[in-house]
Design a binder for this molecule. Sequence first.
Ligand code: SF4
Length: 330
Amino acid sequence: MKHFSYERVSSPSEAAQAFERNPGARYLAGGTNLIDLMKLDIEAPEHLIDVNCIGLDGIEQTLDGGLRIGALARNSDVATDERVRRDYPVLARALVSGASGQLRNRATVGGNLLQRTRCVYFYSGDLPCNKRHPGSGCAAIEGMSRALAVIGGSESCIATHPSDMAIALRALDAVVETILPDGSKRVLPIADMHVLPGQTPHIETVLVPGELITSVVLPRPIGGAHRYLKLRDRASYAFANVSIALVAHFDGPKLGAVRVAFGGLAPKPWRVEEAESGISSASDAASQIADVALSGAVPTKQNAFKLSLARRALSVLLMEERQRNDRKSQ
Ligand code: SF4
């Protein structure tokens, strides 16, 4: 690990000013990903700005009945918040399916959104990786690609986004609030925050250098049945092969509005809103949604299983919710 300097700031504007003075700095929150990356020399900031004490760890109601979750709120605190569990259970379930209890106690909401891919080649210093060294190539495409993206990737990178929380936030249409190094603020729909790799896989979000996430805002509760299903190679402490955040509304026996976001399939939380409209029959909903949401997929031999797994998982979730709805209406 290279030498670096360290400072602790006490407000978001102090953090922004500290970045202005140290343009190569990184913000340090929970550190559950950044410190690992520094140990491996994948990240080598000259300066760390510790933002843990800037007063952004609360969860408060917004004026329109939503929730504002501070970027420094720990994943475990969000998952156990009574309002999150009651009104946004898909988010609570996604959070508890991520990482381990220890990590969730430390990891923050802002850091969770910005965590880097777990592609093994990204963490292995002696093999080509366009994300780590732009222009060096991608060892994964002809290599071990089982865990990697089947859709949204490019010839430069097929890494997946590792977050569970972000998949649920995408289904909920959350909004991200930030402060920029010049002190100005902006608001971004989560749908617009992560970008696909294209020819520049080292660029993962639209955030500019030094832009700090200050909070994530959930809209007013949307009701419906909330599910988060994560399919992985072992029962805990593993990243998703496929995950699905589902919010489904029923109109009597009929499936009404539905939202589906996929994890483990793409370089960003994968939701295609057009796939959710025009569903003609509840029993065919899963295949209708998957046909549109997963069209254009380019799997490798090793990860093609993810496409059928995603279809079957969505089918099971919707069937279970349909049966639950039927029982309620009897
Ligand atoms: Fe690097 Fe992306 Fe290729 Fe993995 S898939 S080796 S992160 S360029």
